[in-house]
Design a protein around this ligand. Structure first.
Ligand code: IMP
Length: 202
């Protein structure tokens, strides 16, 4: 294969599209987006783990597009909530809820939780499916931190204004995108996926 090999970034989440496109900016594969394939129905995320859902999405979109496909399943796990919202991060507070409503629900759940017990982690599993070879690989990244008392900053997406990564005092909403890319769960998973893609598809 050569540098013209296409890689489908299989997510409808605008925040993920932006971050994955930035992180793969100089990568020698031709990035394609799901918006180019309006006829493909959305995958149903019926898995119980990030790895299961990432796998479901990569296989679903690679089978329908015929392209080498990269999917991302991710979320926020809060220790004091037994790992919630976890794989249900996007559905927390209902499918139609806004990011602000999901953050309010999370803060309400943690209302009585002291500053020392607000540990949390972002988790991301990236799956890469190659329909021509019938292969599927997954890569996991994690970012440890804690939940702030109130949303701060407007950067990033999702729960970013509530998440303070270890080693920083500011939330992902306040830190620049460049800083997020040096330590995020997504950047860490993608680093491993990129090594695999480089080895097999460039
Ligand atoms: P899914 O992987 O599409 O099921 O949804 C992931 C959800 O987790 C997103 O909709 C966000 O709510 C949350 N999430 C995942 N990654 C991030 C991140 O980098 N920042 C903030 N929220 C995130």
């Amino acid at each position: 294969m050569n540098e013209q090999t296409a890689l489908l970034i299989a997510t409808n989440n605008a925040g993920k599209v932006r971050e994955l496109s930035q992180l793969l900016k100089d990568f020698p594969l031709r990035l394609r987006l799901l918006e180019e394939f309006p006829g493909i129905e959305e995958a149903e995320e019926t898995g119980e783990t990030f790895a299961e859902n990432a796998t479901i999405k990569a296989l679903h979109y690679s089978a329908r597009s015929g392209l080498l496909t990269l999917s991302d399943d991710s979320g926020l796990s809060v220790d004091a909530l037994g790992g919630a919202p976890g794989v249900r991060s996007a559905r927390y507070a209902g499918r139609a809820a806004t990011y602000a409503e999901r953050m309010s629900k999370l803060l309400a759940e943690l209302d009585a939780t002291g500053d020392d017990e607000r540990r949390a982690r972002f988790v991301c599993v990236i799956a890469v499916a190659d329909p021509s070879a019938g292969t599927l690989h997954t890569f996991e990244g994690e970012c440890l931190g804690r939940i702030a008392r109130a949303p701060r900053g407007t950067g990033g997406f999702g729960y970013d204004p509530l998440f303070i990564p270890d080693g920083h005092d500011q939330t992902f909403g306040e830190l620049t995108q460049e800083v997020k890319h040096t330590l995020s769960h997504r950047a860490r998973a993608l680093q491993q996926a990129a090594r695999h893609l480089r080895e097999h598809f460039t």
